[in-house]
Design a protein around this ligand. Structure first.
Ligand SMILES: [Cu+2]
Length: 756
């Protein structure tokens, strides 16, 4: 690699963030994703939102933003519709640190926690055009990805299923790869199968040109596609993914996290840089290998900075027992808020001292990586109207499984299909007692498996919609659309290229169906009482000493940076010194860096973490290495009661409501270091993150870190040592496995927070 690119990297990633923050409590955005979910009202968007723009809306206009009634916020200013934002000058702060909303001056409150008003109407095109048209070929919009096209694969109930039996319940049983395990008869955490089958994938991550919504840009692509390839396996298989980091111009590290996988015995495959591994350095290759230990719908994504918001993500389907019948599995439906700016540009703004930039607004909402954009809103870029929406096909009378995944950066999604009721059969990787709804709510990182019955007539065209919550998120164009064609619907017109058919004035390629009403007055998930795991588990008993309360708050520090804090401490990571590797060497005290936010739960068999959200912002909280029991959640504080105490909701992401709480319990069956963090990309690098250290006494003997993982730190160390960051890297150490207990004394730096 060239010196120039290294220098650029250093300037971008290390020097700017660290040297600007002399007090040592500043943001360090080479950590994990970070940001704020509320856009400053009136933040200028040069070239994006010219004043006076409006366009017909396919979606009902949301009521005026209620701005968290009942939470001590000022009363809302009625807003009759969605209009352009007024311009706003940069806002900075200097003075004594500000901690929490109570001490936040009103002049700053509206900047850092502004109301959210979408500014761009859905880009319905002018007459003679249609949203059913794909004006760009798939190769131009999404590269090698087939998602969103009629050529996208359908899925069997499991790999290797014999043909002829349809793709739903096979007529016979007893021949499943997972044996006779069932969704309601098998504890997946205790009795996962092992098939001995290895599913191998090769991923090459590199930059490439895409135009997912018609706006041409450089994206981070896996194997030349956006979104990345879908990983498919059977429950009990081993998944092996060889990842080659070929990101250049500039170079970046990377790492992939397999969201929701338990990684029992393999915490070093969890893909979190600075925690479970060093980043994969530019030019390097690393092979992940882990068990498909749960089944259902999940996704993988880069855990390096906010890199996944640049395109490094994809779906994962792990076939297993089913808890409801359906005819066909249509595979992943990825819901992603979308930004035209590069993720690192956004992170720089989020981490800067101009407080008017710390809550970036998404500019579009994509379904399976596709959308359309009103090209009159942009200039100096190549933009094609009607680039193409995702398309699905239904046959009347059939039932379909859709695997909904919120793989976005910030937006809370409300998914629906006009005129069709959805049956939710699983959340995250947990089958639930099926229940019906018209709108599925998914925070960042969450998934829902739904079944939809095609009860329309044979020529119907229907809108599939996903709408970013105006109440809980920041989106200037929140409306995502895709089209469902019934079997006799005219799909030919939909593929007409308008640019070569300019005389066409009418088309039938666009649905006229009406949206279900959306209740957008809460940032929570559907009620816990409604989301009952199909396989019942009663949480183990705990004692009060194994309960930890964590206050989630923010501060504007003395250098004027906005940071999220967990119990007063904003997380910072050291890519060169993964916490798990230290723990594996017998060092679980970390006395020299309390900002790693390590919570040592010792040898407790189970423990409870209560997060108290002292901010007016919702946070999707994600646990690694586990499904958490969600004992309760809501507004205010926890009264100790548990919803469905003999079988509480389990999942790996739960929405934490504004000024609310969530109480979650972990069955400590997985020695390792497990991140517990907000999944909003713009929040994590700013510190909304803790590490849960589980059974540290067992890690050195139970966890054998492969040499290939150690090698990552050697190559990352070489990469980072090539530039000026050498001077800050006093902690750069060789990655040889340390002898237990020989290098660091075992002591606790912050007994109040870190020990029980
Ligand atoms: Cu958050």
């Amino acid at each position: 690699m060239g010196i120039t690119s290294v220098a650029l990297w250093v300037v971008l990633v290390f020097v700017a963030s660290i040297q600007a923050l002399p007090e040592g409590r500043g943001p360090r955005y080479f950590g994990l994703p970070f940001g704020l979910p509320f856009e400053p009202a009136g933040r200028p968007h040069p070239g994006f939102f010219p004043t006076g723009h409006s366009s017909p809306r396919l979606f009902p206009t949301s009521p005026a933003h209620p701005f968290f009634p009942g939470h001590g916020r000022p009363p809302p200013v009625p807003v009759p519709g969605r209009g352009p934002k007024p311009s706003q000058s940069p806002v900075s702060y200097s003075g004594a640190p500000i901690i929490g909303t109570a001490s936040l001056p009103a002049s700053l409150s509206t900047v850092v926690f502004p109301s959210n008003l979408p500014t761009a109407g859905f880009p319905k095109q002018s007459s003679g055009s249609s949203l059913g048209i794909n004006a760009l070929p798939q190769s131009k919009t999404n590269g090698n990805s087939l998602l969103g096209t009629f050529a996208a694969p359908k899925y069997p109930q499991f790999i290797g299923q014999s043909s002829g039996g349809g793709t739903g319940f096979p007529p016979g049983t007893g021949s499943f790869p997972w044996g006779n395990r069932t969704a309601n008869g098998t504890n997946p955490y205790r009795s996962a199968p092992s098939t001995g089958v290895v599913r191998s994938y090769n991923f090459v991550i590199a930059r490439g040109t895409i135009a997912p919504d018609g706006v041409e840009r450089s994206g981070l692509l896996i194997n030349g596609g956006f979104p990345g390839p879908t990983i498919e396996a059977n429950w009990g298989d081993t998944i092996e993914v060889t990842v080659s980091n070929r990101i250049t111009g500039p170079e970046e590290g990377t790492s992939l996290h397999w969201h929701g996988m338990l990684q029992k015995g393999t915490p070093f495959e969890d893909g979190v840089p600075g925690i479970t591994q060093c980043p994969i350095a530019p030019g390097e290759t690393f092979t992940y290998s882990f068990n498909a230990d749960l089944y259902g719908t999940t996704w993988y994504h880069s855990h390096y900075s906010a890199q996944y918001a640049g395109g490094v993500f994809g779906a994962m389907i792990i076939h297993g027992p089913v808890n409801a019948q359906y005819d066909q599995d249509l595979g992943p439906v990825l819901l992603t808020d979308y930004y035209h700016k590069d993720y690192d540009t956004i992170v720089e703004e989020v981490m800067g001292t101009d407080l008017s930039l710390i809550a970036p607004s998404s500019v579009n909402n994509l379904i399976n990586g596709k959308g359309v954009y009103d090209c009159t809103l942009v200039s100096n870029v190549t933009c094609t109207p009607n680039a193409g929406l995702s398309k699905f096909q239904f046959t009347s009378g059939q039932s379909y499984r859709l695997r909904l995944i919120n793989a976005g950066a910030e937006g809370l999604q409300r998914f629906s299909i006009d005129n069709h009721v959805l049956t939710v059969i699983a959340y995250d990787l947990v089958p639930i007692e099926p229940y019906t709804t018209t709108v599925v709510t998914l925070g960042i990182g969450q998934r829902a498996d739904v079944i939809v019955h095609a009860n329309g007539s044979s020529s119907d065209l229907v809108w599939m919609r996903s709408t970013i919550s105006s109440y809980c998120s920041v989106a200037s164009q929140p409306d995502g659309l895709a089209i469902i064609y019934y079997q006799d619907a005219n799909t030919t017109a939909a593929t007409t290229n308008s640019s070569t058919n300019s005389t066409t004035t009418t088309t039938t390629a666009e649905p006229t169906s009406t949206a279900w009403p959306i209740d957008d007055t809460s940032c929570g998930n559907d009620a816990l009482a409604e989301t009952v795991p199909y396989y019942a588990i009663t949480p183990p008993s705990t004692n009060t000493s194994a309960t930890v309360q964590v206050a989630l708050n923010f501060e504007i520090n003395s250098t004027g940076h906005f940071l999220w804090t967990m119990d007063g401490s904003s997380f910072r990571v050291d890519y060169n010194d993964p916490v798990l590797m230290l723990a594996d060497a017998g060092n679980d005290s970390y006395p020299y860096d309390p900002e790693w936010n390590v919570y040592d739960f010792g040898s407790n068999k189970s423990f409870i973490v209560v997060i108290n959200n002292e901010t007016p912002v919702a946070h999707p909280m994600h646990i690694h290495g586990h499904n958490m029991f969600v004992l309760n959640e809501g507004l205010g504080s926890w009264d100790g009661s548990v919803v469905n105490p003999t079988n509480p909701t389990r999942r790996d992401v739960q929405m934490l409501q504004p000024y609310g709480y969530m109480a979650m319990q972990i069955d400590a069956d997985n020695p390792g270091v497990w991140p517990f963090h907000c999944h909003i990309a713009w929040h994590v690098s700013g510190g909304l993150y803790v590490n849960i250290l589980e059974h540290p006494e067992l890690i050195p003997s139970a966890i054998e870190i492969p040499s290939s993982v150690n090698d990552l730190c050697t190559s990352w160390g070489s990469f980072t040592a090539q530039g000026p960051i050498d001077q800050i890297d006093s902690g750069l150490r060789r990655r040889k496995r340390r002898q237990r207990g020989t290098e660091w004394p075992r002591k606790f730096s912050n007994p109040l927070r870190r020990t029980l």
